[in-house]
Design a protein around this ligand. Sequence first.
Ligand code: ACO
Length: 429
Amino acid sequence: MSKDTLTITDNRTGKTYELPIENGTVRAIDFRQIKVSDDDFGMMVYDPAFTNTAATKSSITYIDGDAGILRYRGYPIEQLAEQSTFLETAYLLMNGELPTRAELDGFVHAITIHTMVHENVREFIDSFRYDAHPMGIVVSTVAALSTFYPEAKDIQDPEVRKLQAIRLIAKIPTLAAYAYRHRRGLPYVYPDNDLSYAGNLLNMLFRMREVRYEPNPVIEKALDVLFILHADHEQNCSTNAMRSVGSSHVDPYSATAAACAALYGPLHGGANEAVVRMLQEIGSPKNIPAFIDRVKAGDVRLMGFGHRVYKNYDPRASVIKRLAYQVFDEVGQNPLIDTAIELERRALADDYFKERKLYPNVDFYSGLIYQSMGLPMDLFPVLFAIGRMPGWLAQWEEMLRDREQKIARPRQIYLGSDKRDYQPISLRG
Ligand code: ACO
């Protein structure tokens, strides 16, 4: 008769243990009973970079990396990209269900009226060097928000949590735009509450002397879809940072700053910037074979390719590729697109990439769209952070409500020196 258990025999002692299996998983703590002697600490599992460790149960995002499936709360990403809006998707991620009309209107209103930031935040941004990377500014100012809302420390109060979540979603575009305008030496543009979420971001980024900024509807829509595609991706590096730092019960601004910092790295949200730099370096389709040889020799990585969980085409990359052409129809073709398409074609036909199941990820085409919208490369990870905000917040909320969660604290295997006595510096060689 089949049983939902795992039987382990420890060949050091000959003892047998039976561990329960739940959801195709065994609990790492069950291994602790496996000991060679009474004073043995007990067995641990070793999993650098969590390649095979589930750190939480979650009901938010489902990914089947082999089949190239991504769903938020059960809804396929393709349907949400086609039919939803970013704020509706944000509501879905944070509340578990799609909103009614009244719920959506209330949510959009709440976000819209929280877009302003305290004037001290503006002055804080002013104090950065003229050429400061906008992501560095955003990481710091998101953290600084905790000093403006000290009540945010009360993370046990669901209403307090809800208000901070609304503030974070509402204010991150304002911080992003201020960071961009600071870099350009342009005056800051205050939020316009009559515009959509994406339309207002475009207003704060690009408005010059117009009395009223009218966003281009194609670009406004494309930006909204890009935010939907980035809104959550289960236990990725930045979400893990959000959960891990949040598990100390720090306020959500500090935890979100940690998530932004994790996203900044070139292996995560910084990859879209790295892709455009790579395409510029390749220069033209004729240089692709030589570039691919360098990738295969291990000299460089093909940025925007490969993923820890997708071993198939990233479903977000397919949507983004289509979206790119809609934007190019409006603003003109990005000259790097030919190189990108040819690079993808050659890589997908090459055994090196086939054997390792390396496919384009979300970042392969997103940078080209942002660039065509007239946005500088160092703003790309900031745009990713705007999109990912509701996902981070939904995961943070889920973590706080989860009775099984505690402060995140991994174990280690200590391989350093055994006890030794301190020597005064005069006796050291
Ligand atoms: N170019 C060339 N080779 C690659 C690439 C790549 N982009 N990605 C993985 N490989 C190779 C590795 O060298 C390794 O080969 P080996 O088995 O011969 O040693 C094999 O594929 C497995 O790669 P890992 O690094 O073990 O895969 P991991 O899951 O740790 O890394 C990652 C995933 C970080 C995304 C990686 O594929 C990468 O660096 N990609 C480029 C950066 C990028 O696009 N990041 C964005 C990810 S999506 C996101 O964060 C939104």
